[in-house]
Design a protein around this ligand. Structure first.
Ligand code: SF4
Length: 363
């Protein structure tokens, strides 16, 4: 008897999603091996209360975290840094990084958060510098306050309001050469080397600022970033060595899948992202329409299971809300279907947005 055409389509779709999972897995494996990064597995296993992102596999590698790990268990001062481009309101993709930073603060870090309005403007993500600066003050800073960073151990600053960052960038630019920048970034001759050089010097200043005298001098530090920011870490380590500073470490976070299934969650594709300032109703509509790692044929999904690793709903729930692996198990064994899973996601996101927006109003 001929196979049901619906089953055939479901089967092809499932194969495509498995291939997508392999591509995703090998992307990160290749990065780890090409860049000589280390696995976070031991850190995750031996930490008595790892972060949710670490447990869920959202943090996938590190570079030289050992100094920071020893500082965690002692009275030594250490720092964690993660920046944000104020090209729009914060969304759940940013939140994963800031929740990790908040967890590092619980482990003893002093936290530095540069808000890079200059970069938003220079890279054309905002129409003017004034717009980027306004977004930083009116949207990003209130949202960050809602995340509960401890004020006495946090430094949040907007680049163009902070002359000290440019004084330091100017100083550090003396250690940068165009050859070095070319080697690390490999930019093409058509790119504007002036902007490139400027951004590199300012990023170096942001990464190394916690080690300057006004912040207590040389100390272990870690930047929490996506792998696309690795070249800046490399450059910062090179300059730190020349200047007698402690080489900064890196903790690398996977991108959160966009709800449209087309890549990472991004403000430039509003349907892909859930913004922290949008209403739960708008967020719920986006979740209902989201791409998933499941099948349109319930019986097929019950039999074969879903593919959580490439499912935006899974990463959203695992990185932000789930306490253990049970959703991953339920999804891959077909015990839960996408309709129910999305309904649970809507409830989690609604509770989170309501509470976050209440806290933002209060602070
Ligand atoms: S059941 Fe949930 S996690 Fe699994 S594929 Fe469907 S939406 Fe994604």
């Amino acid at each position: 008897m001929a196979e049901n055409p619906h089953s055939q389509l479901a089967s092809q779709d499932f194969e495509r999603k498995l291939a997508q999972r392999e591509k995703e897995r090998s992307y990160y494996e290749v990065k780890v091996s090409e860049l000589g990064l280390s696995s976070v597995e031991r850190f995750r296993r031996f930490h008595p209360s790892p972060s949710r992102l670490l447990r869920a596999g959202g943090v996938f590698a590190h570079r030289d975290l050992e100094g920071v790990i020893s500082a965690m268990g002692s009275q030594t001062s250490w720092a964690a840094v993660a920046g944000v481009n104020p090209s729009g309101p914060l969304h759940l993709g940013h939140l994963a990084i800031f929740q990790e930073l908040r967890w590092l603060q619980d482990q003893g870090a002093e936290v530095h958060i540069p808000i890079t309005d200059d970069e938003s403007y220079l890279t054309g993500k905002t129409p003017s510098l004034a717009v980027a600066n306004r977004t930083a003050h009116e949207s990003i800073i209130p949202s960050l306050r809602g995340l509960g960073f401890l004020p006495e151990r946090s430094r949040v600053y907007v680049d163009t309001d902070t002359p000290g960052i440019y004084t330091l960038a100017m100083e550090l630019s003396k250690s940068l050469t165009i050859n070095k920048a070319q080697k690390v970034f490999g930019f093409s001759p058509e790119e504007n080397p002036g902007i490139f050089f400027y951004r590199s010097a300012v990023q170096l200043a942001q990464i190394l600022l916690p080690q300057y005298p006004e912040y207590g001098g040389p100390k272990p530090s870690v930047i929490v970033v996506g792998i696309d920011q690795y070249p800046y870490l490399l450059l910062a380590r090179d300059v730190a060595e020349k200047r007698g500073l402690t080489l900064p470490a890196g903790l690398f976070v996977k991108f959160l899948w966009g709800l449209d299934g087309l890549g990472k969650m991004s403000a430039s594709r509003p349907a892909s992202a859930i913004f922290l300032d949008e209403t739960p109703e708008v967020a719920a509509r986006k979740i209902k329409r989201s791409y998933t790692g499941g099948s349109s044929l319930a019986s097929f999904q019950q039999e074969k299971g879903g593919v959580p690793e490439i499912c935006p709903i899974y990463t959203l729930r695992a990185y932000h809300f789930e306490k253990d692996d049970s959703l991953k198990v339920a999804c891959s064994t077909g015990k839960i279907l996408c309709g129910d899973c999305k309904a649970q996601a809507i409830s989690q996101v609604t509770d989170y947005l309501e509470e976050h927006q209440r806290l933002v109003q209060l602070r």
